[in-house]
Design a protein around this ligand. Structure first.
Ligand SMILES: Nc1ncnc2c1ncn2[C@@H]1O[C@H](COP(=O)(O)OP(=O)(O)O)[C@@H](O)[C@H]1O
Ligand SMILES: O=P(O)(O)O[C@H]1O[C@H](CO)[C@@H](O[C@H]2O[C@H](CO)[C@@H](O)[C@H](O)[C@H]2O)[C@H](O)[C@H]1O
Length: 501
């Protein structure tokens, strides 16, 4: 899609409302569409206010919209919108173009109970009515689950089309279920689905779309297929295609939503850990167990998905990748500029590493919020999507397993410091540090018990890689916090400083 503010054309086929900015060419039969303009206008103001909107902090324009009607009962229209946005542009990195998946429902009159999910009203054009955030509306959830349960299709194969998939051992999907959106910090949107007598499910709607298979579906699916109970069992997924100027033929395909077992009664490790910090309670037994669980999952991933030797060429590529992250992060966040030379040196040191462990599929964005403590099952790992700010293509190949170890070590730092940030009390900071250090050590003890190698052994390839990967993660976090939670910026910033000291 070409970059231009707002939309200007609408396809007049009966099944697909299709609006796009720029040149306005959307196949044949284009008609200028005030309805599409209105939808675009609504979303321009609404998108940046959403927690999952990843490009906050700069002016955002909607440059294209494709809207696919989904089959649904009742008077509400269910629409799946693929919204292309452009943000920024004045800085060194230029404008950032992204495609977001936005389920919407359109009701002929205001819908009772959906007040807080109102996006706005469209008064004219062929999408008219009261427009709601579909994730909160049972009509959308019903349509989504119906497509997956039946392996159904919506849309035209040559245009925007989606299809549901149920794997052979997929959990049953109830036809008549209650749904609610999960509350809390999330990059995507998850909807909990419950029905009497059925295993509860959670449907994750991926928000930022990128061409290719989503590792959440691929990696978690492979573990579940291998009988691993350290991940939720899958029920099915929705996949499809959308316009993407950068993809071959101008169309991208990929996963859109993933439905898995919902582990009711579990508590995520972030909450457990923060409660322990606040109560000044020891977390080392839990952290050790988490280290063991992590190593077990890594061993299974290495057995069921491709691995690769850490050749000099691959280590060179990793060093390049780390250096690219330094360049990205230092250009995005001015407070990082002074760390550029030191960080580049650490990245470059990876080039000389020899006898590094093999590369393998990993979690990719491992932190305490990605593990659940589940009664009778211990630690269960979630969300194998990798870092949401990283291109999907870079998240889909073999990696250093130590990347996950580094991620979790960073997370203990976050948990330890979460209540000290913004306070000057030295005792609070001393307690935070002691809790963090003890938890990190225990996690590494558990991990090393299972793998038989200890990345703390000074001078070993693993020790060097772990430091570089921890720095890499902290740089990512600085950008993430600058965009999403500026108050928390001091946590990763001080980690960058420490790691380079
Ligand atoms: N299968 C599940 N069972 C119970 N809770 C879950 C499940 N999946 C996710 N959650 C909860 O939802 C949160 C966000 O899920 P996650 O998959 O990490 O979403 P995102 O990728 O959008 O951040 C998790 O931290 C966890 O608390
Ligand atoms: O879980 P997501 O895939 O959405 O991951 C993103 O958001 C995380 C925050 O929710 C972010 O994690 C960072 O903050 C955590 C505390 O909230 C902390 O435990 C992590 O260590 C820290 O990285 C994650 O980086 C981001 O990709």
């Amino acid at each position: 899609m070409t970059e231009q503010t707002s939309t200007s054309a609408i396809e007049s086929t009966p099944s697909v409302v299709h609006a796009e900015g720029g040149s306005g060419r959307v196949g044949s039969g284009e008609v200028a569409g005030p309805g599409a303009d209105a939808l675009s206008g609504l979303l321009t103001g609404w998108l940046p206010r959403q927690r999952w909107f990843a490009h906050k902090g700069s002016a955002v324009s909607v440059t294209g919209i494709e809207v696919l009607p989904l089959p649904g009962p009742g008077s509400a229209r269910v629409l799946l919108a693929f919204v292309t946005t452009s943000s920024g542009g004045a800085g060194e990195s230029g404008p950032q173009v992204a495609t977001y998946q936005v389920p919407l429902t359109v009701h002929p009159s205001p819908a009772t109970g959906l007040e807080s999910a109102l996006v706005g009203e469209v008064a004219s054009g062929d999408v008219t009515g009261w427009v709601y955030d579909g994730a909160h509306d049972a009509a959308f959830v019903h349509a989504l689950l119906g497509l997956i349960a039946d392996g159904g299709t919506a849309g035209a194969p040559e245009g925007t089309a989606v299809h549901g998939v149920r794997p052979a051992k997929g959990l049953p999907i109830p036809s008549d279920a209650r749904s609610r959106v999960l509350r809390g910090e999330q990059s995507n949107t998850s909807i909990i689905v419950e029905a009497d007598g059925a295993t509860p499910l959670i449907a994750k709607v991926f928000r930022v779309l990128q061409a290719g298979d989503n590792p959440d579906v691929v990696v978690q699916g492979a573990l579940a297929d291998a009988g691993c109970t350290r991940v939720p069992a899958p029920a099915g997924w929705l996949a499809g295609g959308w316009s993407d100027a950068a993809a071959p033929g101008g169309r991208a395909t990929g996963h859109l939503a993933f439905v898995t077992e919902f582990l009711a009664g579990s508590e995520d490790a972030w909450r457990v850990a923060c409660a322990a910090v606040d109560a000044d309670r020891d977390f080392t037994a839990d952290a050790r167990e988490l280290g063991r669980a992590t190593a077990e999952v890594h061993a299974l991933l290495a057995a069921v998905l491709p691995t690769a030797h850490a050749t000099a060429e691959r280590l060179g590529a990793l060093a390049d990748d780390l250096a690219a992250r330094v360049a990205w992060a230092t250009s995005e966040v001015s407070e990082l500029r002074r760390f550029g030379p030191g960080a580049r040196e650490v990245a470059d040191s990876v080039r000389a590493v020899r006898d590094a462990p093999d590369l393998q599929r990993v979690h990719g964005d491992y932190h305490l919020g990605q593990v659940l403590h589940t009664p009778g099952r211990g630690w269960v790992l979630l969300d194998f999507e990798g870092e949401p700010l990283r291109p999907l293509a870079e998240r889909s190949g073999p990696e250093m397993a130590l990347r996950d170890v580094a991620g979790m070590l960073r997370s203990f730092d976050y948990a330890g410091r979460h209540s000290a940030v913004g306070h000057d009390d030295p005792d609070l900071h001393a307690r935070a540090l002691a809790w963090t250090d003890a938890s990190r050590e225990a996690f590494l003890d558990g991990y090393s018990d299972v793998t038989g190698t200890d990345p703390r052994d000074i001078g070993t390839p693993s020790a060097l890689l772990l430091r570089a990967l921890e720095l890499d993660k902290a740089l990512y976090e600085v950008v993430y916090e600058a965009r999403n939670r500026p108050d928390w910026l001091p946590i990763p910033l001080s980690a960058v400083e420490r790691l380079l000291a």
